[in-house]
Design a protein around this ligand. Structure first.
Ligand code: FES
Length: 506
């Protein structure tokens, strides 16, 4: 099993061993590109650049797939979460076609990689079914169908859907797919290393500075490079992108069924947030994967309730034998509906980013790799302007900087807190966390299964919002830009670089 950024175990991480890199990073060499982040974006970008002749180093703070790639439900779509009519409204009809082409090419790259590198990742072609359940949804469905067809998708009305749900109208988009994301990225990582790339896991980037070349300071030493790619889901430091990407949590479960009603294809309803269903065979076992109940990070008081609601919904429509896995994961919604891929705002050269994938991370992560490879190889791709992170207007008075914000906030430093008083105040069950006010200050408290109390300063080390407790993943989540910390304050998801301040208890 590999580690992931939460207490729950996803179907993917529970059925795979950690990736063991074969190469060794050379601190005296100069790299062409250092890629930070070992999810689908990072490993695919690394492979494409390495094969194009660049000397690449991939640095991952934990292990490959630790972040959202290990918690995705791995739908491979050209029928996107942002409907094509929204893309056409915001960017024009021609660009809506470009997005459809780019996502189709991304799926083609995944297909070809699976064949070329013989990656055993359960990849299967599939169709996506979208269904309306009332008259208002029918209108929305037609808008989605028409604009997707105009953008070039093979899509049309159908009489049947793969799941046993009430519906009034339904459409089917061909040319979609599904796979096991961790088996896929481990296969890509192997191909990357075979092409000469180097992977460093359990290595955190402390800082990136620009001198005569870029210097990437890490917990394993300093590396020189020409270019840096932040494939970290959201860039660290303080950046305009943090104001343009909203963090969301999404809930998923993998269940076994009493009968054979596993839907082969991908199905989605039209609620907001929507529910979705698909099947994946892992180690010979069929699993129905269902998801939904999304909410903005740090805004749900009781995250266990999200799982209960999802489970109740699944049990209403399927004969569930066992809930084998349940997990949640994070994604970032871009404000205008398209991801930000290209030069990091504030940089005209050498520092790149890919972020704001919404619920289409596997597809857009691959689009990002293709686009970043072209930009770095100076191939001036057509899509560069469309996905340009600098398309967003600057905010007056906002300065971009990428300096990693490693200063721990020490508002409480030097104070001693009474464990007994805090314990009485919070009345915590084992495994529970809570924000309490103690002597006019907020304190983030967690009581572990053995009864030991962990007390933290709840001020997020990124930009000082207060974190909120996520009961189901046992993490402290920041509602502002999505940073997440373990129960003991250790940072597990950026953009924060530094841990929450621990408080001394008497
Ligand atoms: Fe930005 Fe917490 S993630 S303030």
């Amino acid at each position: 099993m590999i580690k992931r950024d939460g207490a729950q175990t996803s179907l993917w991480q529970g059925n795979i061993q950690s990736y063991i890199p074969t190469g060794k990073a050379d601190r005296h060499a100069k790299y062409d590109v250092v890629i930070i982040g070992g999810g689908i974006t990072g490993v695919t970008t690394g492979l494409l650049l390495q094969e194009a002749g660049k000397k690449c180093l991939l640095v991952e703070a934990e292990e490959l797939g630790f972040g959202t790639t290990g918690g995705t439900t791995a739908h491979l779509n050209t029928l996107l979460d942002t409907p094509y009519y929204v893309i056409a409204q915001n960017f024009g009809e021609e660009h809506a076609k470009h997005v459809a082409q780019a996502t189709a090419e991304a799926l083609n790259l995944i297909r070809s990689n699976v064949t070329r590198f013989n990656i055993d990742c359960g990849f299967q072609e599939a169709s996506a079914y979208l269904y309306a359940q009332d008259a208002d949804q029918e209108k929305e469905l037609e808008k989605i169908r028409k604009s997707a067809e105009d953008a070039g998708l093979n899509i049309g009305y159908v009489q049947e859907i793969p799941v046993n749900m009430h519906y009034t109208k339904a459409i089917r988009a061909a040319g979609q797919a599904k796979f096991n994301p961790l088996e896929y990225i481990q296969g890509i990582a192997q191909a990357f290393e075979a092409a000469g790339g180097v992977i460093l896991q359990q290595t955190r980037v402390i800082n990136v500075t620009e001198d005569d070349s870029m210097k990437v300071a890490t917990t394993a030493g300093i590396f020189s490079t020409t270019d840096v790619v932040y494939a970290t889901h959201i860039p660290p430091g303080i950046n305009l992108l943090h104001l343009r990407c909203a963090p969301y949590r999404s809930y998923a479960m993998a269940v076994t069924l009493e009968d054979e009603a596993y839907p082969y294809d991908l199905s989605y309803d039209l609620y907001d947030p929507y529910h979705y269903y698909r099947t994946q065979i892992v180690n010979g076992q069929y699993y129905l994967i269902a998801g939904g109940e999304d909410h903005k990070t740090g805004t749900q008081e009781n995250t266990d309730q999200c799982f209960r609601q999802l489970e109740a919904h699944v049990r209403k429509h399927f004969k569930v034998k066992e809930v084998a896995y349940k997990w949640s994961s994070q994604y970032y919604e871009p404000t205008d509906g398209l991801p930000y891929i290209g030069y990091l705002p504030g940089y005209e050269d050498h520092v790149f980013v890919a972020s704001g994938f919404g619920g289409n991370g596997m597809t857009y992560g691959t689009v990002s790799a293709q686009l970043l490879k072209c930009i770095i190889m100076k191939e001036t791709p057509v899509l560069e302007k469309l996905f340009d992170p600098n398309r967003i207007k600057p905010v007056a008075g906002f300065t971009n900087f990428v300096t990693h914000n490693t200063d721990v906030i020490k508002e409480f430093f030097g104070k001693l807190f009474s464990a007994d008083e805090l314990k009485q105040l919070a009345d915590l069950a084992p495994g529970e966390g809570k924000l309490v006010t103690y002597r006019d200050r907020k304190v983030a408290l967690y009581r572990n299964e053995e009864g030991k109390l962990h007390a933290l300063n709840p001020t997020c080390t990124h930009m000082k919002c207060d974190v909120k407790w996520n009961q189901s993943e046992r993490s402290w989540d920041c509602p502002c830009h999505g940073a997440r910390y373990n129960y003991d304050g250790k940072v597990i998801t950026g953009p924060a670089d530094a841990d929450l301040e621990g408080l001394a208890l008497s």
